[in-house]
Every structure is written in C-alpha cells, then in structure tokens.
Design a protein around this ligand. Structure first.
Ligand code: ZN
Length: 261
C-alpha cells in the first residue's frame, strides 16, 4: 500500500514538472515533450522511459509547432551580430572591411574630395599599414582583389599574406604631381598605391625588388593581372618611371575598358 501511495505521489510530481500542457504560452519551447497524462501508462512507466505521444496529442503538438516562433529570435540574433560588427568597426555594409566612416569633404583643388568616405585599416583580415581614405566602391573592389587574387597568390609563401604596405591613398593632387594634368584618382578617393607585401612569417616582398626576381615575379604578376578589370587602372613597374616601386590601382569611372600596364 505504501509503495502504491509513493508511486502515485511520484506520478503527480512528474505531471506537474513535465510541460505536458502545450498552450500558446509555451510554444517557444524549442523541443516540447508531450506526455499523455490520461493514459494509465504513466503509472507503470519507469522513470527514464521516453514519454509516449498519442495520435491525438501528436496532432496537438503539430498544430502548435514552435518553428514560426523561432524566426524572430533568429532575426534578433542577426541584429545583435550586426550591432557587434558595427562596434568592431565594419564599414561599407561589409563585415570584412574595418575602419571608420568619415564626413564627406572637398579638397583644395576643384574635383578633389570624397562623398561618404571611409578610413580603412583592415580588409578580410589583411592589415593596411596606414589607415587609407577612399570611397566604399574602391574599398569593396580592393576587398575583392585581396580575397580573389592577393591571398591566393601568397597562399604557399611564408604562411600567407598578412599586410599591405600602402604608400598612397587619398591625396588632392594632379596625376603624378605634374603641372597641367588632370586631378589624380587619388584626389577623388578612388586610388591606392601598394609598395610591399608582408607575409605572416615576416617576409617582405617589395614591388621594386621582386618584380623581376625569381622568388616573387610569379606572385607579383598574378597580383597585377588579377587587379586588371576589377580596377579601371592598374599600373606597375612596366608602366612608367613613376611606378617602378609600387602598384597603383584605381576605380576610375571615366574608362570604358580597363587600362593595365
Ligand atoms: Zn597611385
């Protein structure tokens, strides 16, 4: 008799503790377990046996499927992730481009300046040696080149690419600083000059020393040809005396076909 009372008390406790009443307030439970309390099986079920679901209750469970209620939670997670990324310094609506947004500005010469500029410090985990001022279109093109060309070009060298040594970004000046030429794409925030590629193991590969050197010429030529088309203008050591020691990439908007030398 004492055993029977104890068993009944245990069952009553289980009935209270188990979320067997599936109603609207409990539908957020991600994995509801239905227990058939009307059945006598609960009295005979051992404590670790799985709960049984009758056809009627299974229908109820299906009707209150928690799936639609999970979506807002997932969206909340995405929103939180975006907030975290903004705090991390993501710009240009791209989580892999890190830096700061800057107010639009004009320069000392007509034609200079950038609207909605960004000061970029890292792209796709590759550091820029100096925070580089540019517009978002240029930043996104640079990111594409880094991911599709620069990283693969150095994948088998020195542990891979780590840092770009930038020797030019925004600068309100004429092309190659020559008098009576047009405003450089640098003056519009559409250009970047890169002189050295630093690898994870510390190796420095400069455009000037590596362009015709056996250890680097293959990689450097891949960087140059991979930029052509992505950027409107691509200049390297074979172009002219002004680019012997760096690559100039810009997103010139006036060209119908890319200019790559
Ligand atoms: Zn340049």
């Amino acid at each position: 008799m004492r055993v029977l009372v104890a068993t009944l008390m245990l069952c009553a406790g289980m009935a209270e503790a188990t979320p067997d009443h599936i109603d609207g307030s409990q539908t957020q439970s991600s994995d509801p377990v239905a227990v058939d309390e009307s059945s006598t099986t609960s009295a005979t079920r051992s404590s670790d046996a799985p709960a049984t679901i009758t056809d009627e209750r299974r229908q109820q469970v299906v009707m209150v499927s928690p799936r639609p209620k999970l979506r807002p939670a997932r969206f909340r997670k995405i929103t939180l992730g975006r907030e975290r990324m903004r705090k991390r310094g993501a710009v240009c609506d791209d989580w892999t481009i890190l830096g700061q947004t800057v107010k639009s500005f004009t320069g000392k010469y007509r034609g200079c300046g950038i609207s909605d500029p960004v000061r970029v410090r890292m792209i796709s985990d590759i550091e820029l040696s100096q925070k580089s001022l540019m517009d978002c279109r240029t930043a996104v093109v640079l990111k594409t080149w880094i991911e599709n060309t620069a990283k693969p070009a150095f994948a088998d060298m020195g542990g891979g690419l780590k840092k770009l040594h930038v020797v030019g970004h925004y600068s309100c000046r004429t092309r190659n600083n020559l008098a009576s030429t047009r405003i450089s794409e640098h003056g519009k925030g559409r250009a970047i000059d890169i002189a050295i590629f630093q690898l994870v193991d510390g190796t420095l590969i400069s455009v000037q020393d590596g362009w015709n050197a056996a250890y680097a010429r293959g990689a450097l030529r891949k960087l140059h040809s991979g930029a052509c088309g992505l950027f409107g203008t691509v200049l390297g050591p074979d172009s002219d005396q002004f680019h012997r020691d760096h690559f100039h990439f810009d997103t010139a908007r006036h060209r119908s076909t890319p200019y790559c030398r």
